[in-house]
Unconditional design. Structure first.
Length: 433
């Protein structure tokens, strides 16, 4: 029997590290179990929330360790891998994920094998090669997978308490057990600040499969509320949106997700509300039309306000997302953002500091956007600060030139001043999500 462990890094930056389900490992393990059955021993090595000095006590011996790396996780993953090497030197280490795809050459210096592209198409071949002692250094999948070709991710590999928890929704649903799900991949928009590697057509799971997964979560874990992690929880295609939303509605759960600020008609909003939608996060990003043009956000602020009113009309709460420090931002962005918030009157706000993530066009072409310095300290690559600890101060990962293509560059001091001022007001009004 081959013993495989999927390592979840400590994630000590998160206030609620168990709020989000590790869906990639769950998908991978579900596929492997379906293919290999009892030939494999599969377990998740969950280090979320474990203090660095205690990690060594949570590392069981395995033949193969798997990892999926986002940029902020990468330093922790490398440290855990190094520790495992020192304890179990004969084990193999295989990694995929966004950061691995962006920096394959450097990743090959750390791991025995790396996975480029979506892993579902390749993981079975990788394990067969391990069993045959023929593991390759690089596995690459260049095609988009058909989401309907794979089963929904089983949650049984996680500790029971880490599968569903209360507080996912507010109000009358705050005591209901909930978890997060993902029913689509891809994004047809190309915002310059985004590091999404799944640009292109959006792929949604078939409605019957959506229903099956939700019913499974209800039956096995008592789930009554969901957080949809899809880039667009309400599809822009009306035909897809109708069947997708109705499939969720058939399960009688309450849910929240994200939505584009423009392009959703009122009849679809009505269907979403009837399907149990309680709250929607809307990425406004900036209240400056100039900034929106620079980052290729492609939304109309006036229409965004109209959309918010339509959501309210149908009983759907709004959570607005703003980023401070984007290219071309005016010095008075804090007051202008507050004016927008006052008019929109959302239920909550997420305020972040711009971070030029690897994979985004801004990171890849910093001079084009007026950046003179980008900090390569991946551990500091988080964008939300002070949401739960008002004394937590942002760490700037970049600096603008004194003169940019759009005029005088805003200083880091001014960005932080605007952020602190606005965050304090949001905290006082109890709008921080």
């Amino acid at each position: 029997m081959l013993h495989i462990g999927f390592v979840l890094p400590p994630d000590n930056q998160s206030f609620l590290p168990f709020r989000n389900q590790p869906l990639t490992p769950l998908y991978i393990f579900t596929i492997l179990e379906e293919k290999f059955g009892d030939k494999l021993d599969l377990s998740i090595i969950d280090l979320r929330g474990v203090r660095p000095e205690n990690i060594k006590y949570y590392l069981p011996e395995k033949d193969v360790y798997l990892y999926t790396a986002m940029t902020p996780d990468y330093p922790d993953i490398c440290e855990v891998k190094g520790l495992l090497n020192s304890i179990y030197p004969k084990a193999l280490h295989i990694a995929g994920g966004t950061h691995i795809n962006l920096f394959p050459d450097k990743s090959l210096q750390v791991f025995d094998s790396i996975v480029l592209g979506e892993g579902e198409e390749i993981i079975v071949q990788i394990i067969e090669d391990v069993l045959n002692r023929a593991l390759k250094h690089i596995y690459k999948n260049t095609k988009l997978i058909d989401l309907n070709s794979y089963p929904y991710p089983l949650r049984k590999y996680l500790n029971l308490r880490a599968i569903a928890e209360k507080g996912l929704l507010r109000g009358s649903n705050i005591s209901s057990f909930g978890t997060n799900v993902l029913f689509s991949r891809g994004c047809s928009f190309q915002c310059k600040f985004c590091a999404n590697l799944n640009f292109g057509p959006v792929r949604y799971r078939a409605p019957k499969l959506v229903e099956q997964e939700i019913e499974y979560l209800k039956k096995e874990y008592g789930v009554k509320v969901l957080a949809l992690k899809d880039d667009n929880a309400i599809p822009l295609n009306k035909k897809i949106a109708k069947s997708f939303l109705e499939s969720i509605g058939n399960t009688n759960v309450k849910w929240r997700g994200q939505s584009r600020a423009n392009g959703i008609s009122e009849d679809i909003v009505k269907i979403a509300a009837e399907a149990g939608c309680s709250d929607l996060g809307i990425g406004i990003e900036s209240v400056s039309p100039k900034v929106l043009k620079i980052i290729n956000k492609k939304i109309d602020l006036r229409k965004a306000k109209e959309y918010i009113e339509v959501l309210k009309k149908h009983g759907i709460g709004t959570r607005l997302h703003f980023i401070l420090g984007l290219p071309g931002e005016p010095n008075d962005i804090a007051s202008r953002t507050l004016d927008f918030i006052n008019e929109a009157d959302p239920k909550s706000v997420i305020l972040t500091v711009f971070t030029p993530y690897p994979g985004s066009e801004i990171f890849d072409s910093p001079k084009k956007f007026g950046l003179k310095k980008i900090n390569p300290n991946w551990r500091g690559y988080q964008s939300a600060f002070g949401r739960f600890d008002e004394n937590e101060k942002p760490e700037m990962m970049f600096e603008y030139e004194s003169m940019t293509p759009w005029g005088k560059g805003i200083s880091n001091e001014k960005i932080l001043e605007n952020y602190s001022k606005l965050q304090a007001i949001l905290r006082e009004r109890k709008l921080i999500f």
